[in-house]
Ligand binder design. Structure first.
Ligand code: IP8
Length: 256
């Protein structure tokens, strides 16, 4: 079993509200459908969630009723993106089923408190492909939280007993300094001890790469082989699954 996160910055244009990149999504769906192993998919929100969340402050502190409409907007927008992903996967020959976090998950103080993996597990056992996504979730302490696809990767991997977790990004992996900088070097392995200069980056509501890496380290810590690969070179996903290695960054836990 492989869990794959399609980053929101790969499948959407993050700068233009609610803009899908259909060709990129279709290419990735085709590569995933061609894999010789069961998969489960998580996707980020990209421009179908982050812009409204940032502009309205949803998830950034205790919920206030003035933000109810924004919560509903984000919920609807991420569902819309989810439908695009489900359709692309189905068109590629997979049998996807949506598992919305707002229905199977409760948060506490911004983190997942409970996640029911039973539906995903049963669907998967029946040969279907569970698909979940970054979403707004009821939070027992804050009222509402935004749960990122990165957090959900861990829940899916645990529930489905995944051997491999792949984070599909819009860059080749983790670089020793911001990838746009001259002479930036792709790191083939990253652990919590690796020195990485992240530079001054504008953060998403769920944190930039630095925050996302925390979730990846937790997965590596749990014994799951964890990688970041570039979604604009979808053949790398196939190479990784077939050969155990590709152009990208392998995430290792501390002390390894
Ligand atoms: O794109 C964020 O999920 P991510 C979810 O995986 C929302 O960080 C609703 C902004």
């Amino acid at each position: 079993m492989i869990v794959i996160k399609l980053g929101g910055s790969v499948i959407t244009d993050k700068d233009v509200e609610k803009t899908l990149l259909p060709d990129v999504l279709a290419g990735l769906a085709g590569s995933i459908a061609a894999l010789d192993e069961p998969v489960a998919i998580v996707h980020g929100a990209g421009s179908f969630g982050h812009k409204v969340a940032k502009a309205t402050g949803v998830g950034s502190g205790p919920h206030v009723p003035e933000r109810d409409a924004a919560v509903a907007r984000i919920s609807a927008d991420v569902r819309e993106l989810n439908l695009h992903v489900i359709n692309a996967l189905a068109d590629a020959g997979l049998k996807p089923v949506s598992i919305p976090p707002s229905s199977v998950c409760v948060a506490s103080d911004g983190g997942i408190k409970t996640f029911s993996g039973e539906a995903a597990e049963r669907w998967s056992r029946q040969g279907m492909t569970p698909v979940t996504f970054g979403d707004v979730v009821a939070d027992e302490a804050m009222g509402v939280s935004i749960i990122s696809g990165d957090q959900l990767m861990m829940e899916f991997a645990r529930s489905l007993d995944a051997r491999l977790a792949v984070f599909v990004a819009d860059v080749d992996g983790v670089f020793d300094r911001p990838p746009a900088e001259e002479d930036a070097i792709l790191l083939t392995e990253v652990s919590p001890e690796t020195a990485v200069s992240f530079g001054e980056v504008e953060s998403d509501v769920t944190g930039a790469l630095r925050g996302k890496l925390e979730w990846m380290f937790r997965m590596a810590e749990a014994g799951i082989e964890t990688w970041i690969v570039n979604g604009h070179a979808p053949e790398r996903l196939a190479d990784l699954v077939a050969d155990g290695s590709t152009v990208g960054t392998r995430i290792v836990s501390g002390g390894q």
